[in-house]
Design a protein around this ligand. Structure first.
Ligand code: ZN
Length: 730
C-alpha cells in the first residue's frame, strides 16, 4: 500500500508519537520462533590477574532434521595463547609493521591470553570433559587451540535439545584485536567457550548438514546462532560496567563486589566492558522527536510501505566516555541517533531497547568493534570541521547492529556481507546527516584524500592528553565532479582476489580489507546505479527484513535483488563479486568522413555512368549542405563486463543515446547525416562506479575545458595510491 502525500504530515506525526510512547512502555519481546542458544551465565572479573572465572548453563536446540553426533565450541582467546596459534601466523605481505608487531614487543607474560573449559557436563548426565579434543578444520595446524570438538555419548536427535553445564576460565590478553585489557580498561569479547553453528541442508547453500566452527584467524570475525543471554557479571567496587542487553539489577555483595545482571534475547553474542574511569551518560533516542513526518512520508513512498511500517522505537543509549572526551559527548550522541534514525527509516526499526557505546582509551587496539547492542567506537584525532572521523567510526559500528547483528552473515566465509554493506550504508547515513562528502581536502594548494591524511595513527605521539595533530582547521573542502573515494585501494586490490571469499584466504591483510570494505561498497554503489535508487532501497530493506535473525549467504542476497528488481542480475554479480576483473570502458576514436556524393562507375538506366571523384569533392566543398559519415568506436579495456550507455554529441547540438551490452572487446556506432560528431562519452551517468579509469570515458574532437579536471583527477589517483602504498588506509 502506498501512502499519498495528502494523508497529511500532522496525522503521520500523531501516528508516530502514538506508537512511540506505546513502544517505550514495553520491554523487549522476542521476535524469533525458537532460540537456538539459551545461555544462563555468571562470571567474575579479577582485574589484578585479568582473569574471568565463569559458569554457564546452555540449552542448545537442534533446529534441523539431522541427528548430530558431536558438539563444537570456539575458544577464541587461545588465539593469544602462544605463537603456535593460527592467529599469530604473520602476514608476509603486511606493509611496514602491523599491530601484531607492536603487540609482540610488549614485555612480560601478562599480555598473553587463553581460555579453557574446566568442566563440561550434560545436565543430570555424563561428564564430557574427558571427551574434549582440539580441532583445526581450516589449516590442520595442530598447535591451534581455538576450536574444540566433543564426541557425544548419545547423539542429539532431530529437533532435540541438549543442556550443558560448563565451568570455564578466561585470561584476557593485553588488548589487541577486538578484546582484552589496557590498564584498568577491560573490553571483554570472545571470552567464553562459545558453541559453533550447526547448519542444516539447504542453509547457506549447504547440501549436507554440518558444524560451521572455524578457527580464529587474524582477519576473520565471527559467526554464531541467535538466542538469549542472561548474564551475571561480578566486578570489584568502583567499576563502571556496560554490556550487551539491558541491566536488570545491580547488587552489592558482602565482599564489596557488585553483581550486575544483563539480559538480551535475539542476539548471537554477548560482550561487556568495565573500567573505573568511564564517564557514563545515558540519553533516550526518542524517535517521535528525531524523525519528521515528511521523512516518514517520503520513505514510505520510496519503499512502497504503509506509514505505520515506518515506526521506529525509542532506545535507551548509554555512552561510556573516556575522561577528557566530554567534548565529544554531543558528537557521539548525534552520530548514534543519526544511525538509529536513518537505518531505522531505511531498513526497519532497531528492535532492541538498549544500545551501549564504548569510547575506548587511545591505543587500546579495541576501537571500532561491534557486538550485539554494544559497540566500541573511537576518536583519536582532532576532529576538524570537515573531518567526520568519529562520526564515521560510530555510524560504521552502529551499522553492524543491522549487518552482522540482526542479519547474521558468516563473517568467516563472507566478510563482505557485513563490512561491505556497512561501508555502503555508512556513506549514505553520513551524507544524509552531515551533507555531501568532502573526501578530498586542499592543503597548501594540493588536494589530499581527507581520510587517509587525518587518520594517520599516531601511537607514539609524545604529548600526553593530545588526541592528535590539530591539522583539521588548515584544510579546506574540495568537492570533485567524480566519485573517487576508495578507488585507489579498489584499483590495487580488485584484481588480487575475488570479492566473495573466505576471510582467511585473501592473499594479504590489505586484500581482505579492500575486498571486504571498499570494493563491495563501490560494487553496491554500482548496483544501485543500475537498479535505480528507489529499487535499491527496496532491495536493502527487503533483504534486512527477510533475513533478520537468520544467516544469509551471498546467493540469498542475489535472490532478493532479482526478486525485488524483477531483473536477473546474476551476471552482474558474477562479474563484480565472484570475479577479480576491473571494468574500464573507453571511447577509443571518433572519425568524421565527408560524404562527397557519387564517385566512380554506377549502373544507371542500363548504362555504365562515370562520376569524377574530383568533381564530387569540389561540389561538396561548395555545397552548404554537407553530410558526414561519423564513426565512434568504444572499447572494453577491462576484463569485467557490464552494459553501458553511450552519448554521442553532434555539432548541431543533437545527442544520440546508445546502449551496448559491453561484452565484446569493442563496438562501433556509425551515423550518416548533416552534422559531425564532436564528442562521445561512455557511461555518461556514471552508473559504473567501479570503472577503473574515468578519464578515458569521454573523447572530444576539439581540445576541451575538461582537460584541467582530468588532470586533477589523475593527480588525485596518484596521491591516493601513494598514501595507500604508505599504509595509511586501513
Ligand atoms: Zn566493520
Amino acid at each position: 500500500m502506498r501512502v499519498s502525500r495528502t494523508v497529511g504530515l500532522s496525522g503521520l506525526v500523531a501516528l508516530g508519537l502514538g506508537i512511540s510512547s506505546l513502544v517505550s512502555a514495553q520491554t523487549y519481546q522476542s521476535r524469533i520462533e525458537h532460540p537456538i542458544v539459551q545461555y544462563k551465565m555468571s562470571a567474575t572479573l579479577d582485574p589484578a590477574t585479568q582473569t574471568i572465572t565463569g559458569h554457564y548453563d546452555l540449552i542448545w536446540w537442534n533446529h534441523t532434521d539431522d541427528t548430530i553426533p558431536d558438539l563444537y565450541f570456539h575458544l577464541y582467546l587461545n588465539a593469544f595463547k602462544n605463537m603456535d596459534s593460527t592467529f599469530m601466523r604473520r602476514d608476509p605481505l603486511a606493509r611496514r609493521h602491523d599491530s601484531l608487531t607492536d603487540w609482540l614487543t610488549i614485555p612480560g607474560k601478562d599480555k598473553w591470553g587463553w581460555e579453557q573449559i574446566d568442566r563440561i557436563q550434560i545436565v543430570n548426565g555424563a561428564d564430557l570433559t574427558p571427551l574434549i579434543t582440539y580441532a583445526h578444520p581450516d589449516d590442520n595446524n595442530a598447535g591451534d587451540r581455538t576450536v574444540v570438538r566433543i564426541a557425544l555419548p548419545q547423539p542429539i536427535p532431530p529437533k532435540g535439545t541438549i543442556e550443558l553445564s560448563v565451568d570455564f576460565t578466561s585470561k584476557l590478553p593485553r588488548a589487541f584485536a577486538r578484546t582484552g585489557y589496557d590498564g584498568d580498561y577491560f573490553l571483554v569479547g570472545q571470552w567464553f567457550p562459545k558453541i559453533g553453528v550447526y547448519e542444516g541442508p539447504g542453509e547457506r547453500g549447504r547440501t549436507t548438514g554440518g558444524w560451521n566452527c572455524h578457527q580464529f584467524h587474524r582477519y576473520t570475525e565471527f559467526y554464531a546462532d541467535y538466542g538469549s543471554y542472561d548474564v551475571d557479571l561480578t566486578v570489584p567496587p568502583n567499576e563502571i560496567v556496560g554490556a550487551t542487553g539491558f541491566e536488570r539489577s545491580a547488587n552489592k555483595n558482602a565482599d564489596g563486589t557488585t553483581t550486575y545482571n544483563f539480559y538480551q534475547q535475539d542476539v548471537h553474542d554477548f560482550a561487556w566492558t568495565a573500567s573505573p574511569r568511564f564517564i557514563k551518560v545515558t540519553r533516550t533516542f526518542d524517535w517521535g522527536k528525531q524523525v519528521r513526518g515528511d521523512e516518514i512520508t517520503r520513505w514510505s513512498e520510496i519503499l512502497g510501505l504503509p506509514a505505520a511500517d515506518m515506526a521506529l522505537r525509542n532506545v535507551s543509549v548509554t555512552l561510556l566516555l573516556q575522561p577528557g572526551h566530554r567534548d565529544l559527548e554531543d558528537r557521539y550522541f548525534r552520530a548514534i541517533f543519526n544511525g538509529l534514525k536513518y537505518y531505522g527509516l531505511w531498513y526497519g526499526a532497531y528492535p532492541y531497547d538498549t544500545l551501549t557505546v564504548v569510547d575506548p582509551p587511545r591505543n587500546s587496539y579495541t576501537s571500532g568493534m561491534e557486538y550485539p547492542t554494544f559497540f566500541v567506537a573511537g576518536a583519536y584525532f582532532w576532529p576538524g570541521k570537515h573531518e567526520f572521523g568519529p562520526e564515521d567510526v560510530t555510524v560504521h559500528e552502529f551499522g553492524h547492529q543491522f549487518w552482522y547483528g540482526m542479519v547474521g552473515n558468516n563473517e568467516f566465509e563472507e566478510p563482505w556481507l557485513d563490512e561491505g554493506f556497512v561501508t555502503y550504508s555508512t556513506a549514505k547515513v553520513l551524507e544524509a546527516a552531515y551533507g555531501a562528502p568532502c573526501s578530498y581536502l586542499h592543503f597548501l594548494g594540493m588536494p589530499f584524500p581527507a581520510y587517509s591524511w587525518l587518520r594517520v595513527p599516531l601511537p607514539k605521539f609524545p604529548f600526553a592528553g593530545v588526541g592528535s595533530v590539530p591539522l583539521g582547521p588548515y584544510f579546506s573542502c574540495v568537492k570533485l565532479p567524480e566519485q573517487t573515494s576508495g578507488r585507489g585501494a579498489y584499483l590495487q586490490y580488485a584484481t588480487v582476489d575475488d570479492l566473495v571469499r573466505n576471510g582467511w584466504q585473501y592473499r594479504s591483510r590489505m586484500s581482505y580489507v579492500v575486498n571486504s570494505y571498499q570494493r563491495p561498497a563501490l560494487d553496491l554503489d554500482t548496483l544501485e546505479q543500475y537498479l535505480g535508487r528507489d529499487v535499491m532501497a527496496r532491495v536493502m530493506r527487503t533483504y534486512q527484513q527477510e533475513w533478520r535473525y537468520r544467516h544469509p549467504s551471498t546467493q540469498d542476497f542475489i535472490a532478493v535483488v532479482n526478486q525485488v528488481s524483477g531483473r536477473n542480475m546474476d551476471g552482474f554479480f558474477q562479474q563484480f563479486f565472484y570475479g577479480s576483473g576491473l571494468a574500464d570502458y573507453a571511447v577509443a576514436s571518433i572519425w568524421n568522413e565527408p560524404l562527397y556524393g557519387n564517385a566512380g562507375i554506377y549502373d544507371e538506366g542500363g548504362k555504365k555512368v562515370y562520376y569524377s571523384r574530383q568533381s564530387a569533392v569540389q561540389a561538396y566543398q561548395k555545397s552548404s549542405d554537407k553530410k558526414y559519415r561519423s564513426t565512434v568506436i568504444v572499447r572494453r579495456l577491462g576484463t569485467a563486463e557490464a552494459p553501458v550507455d553511450i552519448d554521442v554529441s553532434f555539432e548541431n547540438g543533437k545527442v544520440a543515446h546508445e546502449h551496448w551490452d559491453g561484452r565484446y572487446r569493442w563496438t562501433k556506432f556509425t551515423y550518416d547525416g548533416p552534422g559531425k560528431v564532436v564528442s562521445a562519452v561512455v557511461d555518461p551517468a556514471r552508473k559504473l562506479v567501479v570503472d577503473a579509469n574515468y578519464t578515458n570515458n569521454s573523447l572530444t574532437v576539439k581540445a576541451h575545458r575538461l582537460f584541467a579536471v582530468k588532470w586533477y583527477i589523475r593527480w588525485i589517483f596518484w596521491i591516493e595510491n601513494l598514501f595507500f602504498a604508505a599504509g595509511f588506509f586501513s
